[in-house]
Design a protein around this ligand. Structure first.
Ligand SMILES: NC(=O)c1ccc[n+]([C@@H]2O[C@H](COP(=O)([O-])OP(=O)(O)OC[C@H]3O[C@@H](n4cnc5c(N)ncnc54)[C@H](OP(=O)(O)O)[C@@H]3O)[C@@H](O)[C@H]2O)c1
Length: 357
């Protein structure tokens, strides 16, 4: 079957269409095979491809099929009978490439078929296309888990950096329409990205190219925020705009050693390069204004993906697609390469999705 992946670490040009074996012999006790209709691209795919994540997620076998986000139809069901053949589903593929030897069918989503752990597969909301559904799992669960970890509650104010990105577009909608934040402020560039953020529920959009959010909200009499959600690596500056007793949560930049350990990073060498939370300047800056700072890694969660499915079904939140590209075309713009070029440029507005069926 056809797949997209890489045979060695490097730039986007290392990505290629490869023929890989159909997953005959997958462990059907707790897995299903999905006939993939659509898969989405995320910044983590770029990091995995480049080798930046080698210490935490070493790739076990090449070519490694890329992408964590999938929507499709159950091709082969699990023995427990949680799913049946023909059901439309979506999932954030579970496991890491280093599990390859233990679970030989762990591979990415960008292929005609993939294997998914049933603990992380949810029925696709009927009102979503497969392309829309594939855009949700990684960014939706990340946004939801950060908002839960931040303790955001009805009536709170929140600052979200990078509102037009995959995570930002989910975070604005969830904060405003699900957590019922009273004030949602975000950063985005002027024009279509600013308009998009407002349409999703942002009360104020700060044009990050012409103004600095610390200058706008950092003064002693400024209206600061109960929660700051950092998707752009600016959590140090957020200690100037967070309320006394507030919380800053970041998903960008360098993780803490504690968080890397929590998600399974065991390499001793991590200790040489990664600081504990207590030693991080972001933590110290937040502490100095009586606020809390944390780094969060997404943890795949059936409960959280189900929650997102119900919010998508009710229309409380909606998918935001930058575009859809064709798996079967090698054209640099319209074909699958276009989705990676656009996502990896860091300029996408919402998600870049590849349509397979
Ligand atoms: N820890 C985790 O588990 C986890 C999970 C998901 C994502 N992440 C990380 O979170 C970050 C965001 O992910 P994403 O999927 O949302 O990325 P993305 O979709 O690629 O974000 C692209 C968007 O960010 C905007 N942007 C870039 N720099 C900005 C800035 N300084 N201020 C405001 N907007 C800015 C861009 O707009 P312009 O074109 O106008 O610049 C573009 O619209 C990435 O670093 C990713 O690796 C971490």
């Amino acid at each position: 079957m056809s797949s997209i992946g890489f045979s060695k670490h490097g730039k986007t040009s290392e990505l290629a269409k490869n023929s890989v074996a159909y997953p005959h012999g997958f462990d059907a006790r707790n897995n299903i095979v999905i006939k993939v209709h659509a898969a989405a691209v995320n910044p983590v795919d770029k990091a995995l491809l480049s080798g930046d994540l080698k210490m935490v997620f070493p790739v076990a076998t090449f070519p490694h099929v890329i992408s964590y986000d999938v929507a499709g139809v159950v091709e082969e069901a699990d023995l427990e009978g949680k799913f049946s053949v023909g059901q439309p589903v979506f999932a954030r593929l579970f496991g890491s490439p280093k599990d390859g030897k233990k679970t030989p069918w762990y591979r990415g989503a960008m292929a005609e078929y993939c294997v998914a752990d049933t603990s992380n597969v949810v029925l696709k909301p009927e009102n979503l296309s497969f392309e829309e559904a594939a855009s949700i799992p990684l960014v939706g669960m990340t946004a939801l888990q950060v908002l839960k970890a931040s303790g955001l509650k009805e009536g709170d104010s929140i600052f979200i950096s990078g509102g037009a990105g995959g995570v930002g577009t989910m975070a604005i909608q969830l904060a405003k329409h699900v957590f019922k934040a009273s004030r949602v402020v975000t950063t985005a560039s002027k024009g279509e990205k600013e308009k998009l953020c407002k349409s999703l529920g942002a009360d104020v959009v700060v044009d990050y190219k012409t103004s600095n959010f610390v200058e706008v909200y950092g003064g002693t009499n400024a209206d600061k925020f109960d929660v700051c959600f950092d998707t752009t690596g600016e959590s140090l500056q957020m200690s100037s705009i967070v309320n006394d007793g507030g919380r800053i949560v970041t998903i960008a930049g360098m993780a803490t050693l504690e968080e890397l350990r929590r998600i399974g990073g065991t390499a001793w060498i991590l200790k040489l390069f990664v600081k504990r939370k207590a030693k991080r300047k972001e933590h110290k800056a937040a502490q100095s204004v009586n606020a809390d700072w944390n780094y969060l890694f997404l943890s795949p969660s059936h409960a959280d993906l189900s929650t997102l499915a119900s919010h998508l079904k009710s229309g409380a939140i909606k998918p935001v697609l930058d575009g859809v590209w064709d798996f079967h075309s090698e054209d640099d713009n319209d074909g699958w390469k276009g989705a990676f070029n656009r996502s990896f440029s860091g300029r996408a507005m919402g998600k870049c999705v590849v349509k397979i069926v």
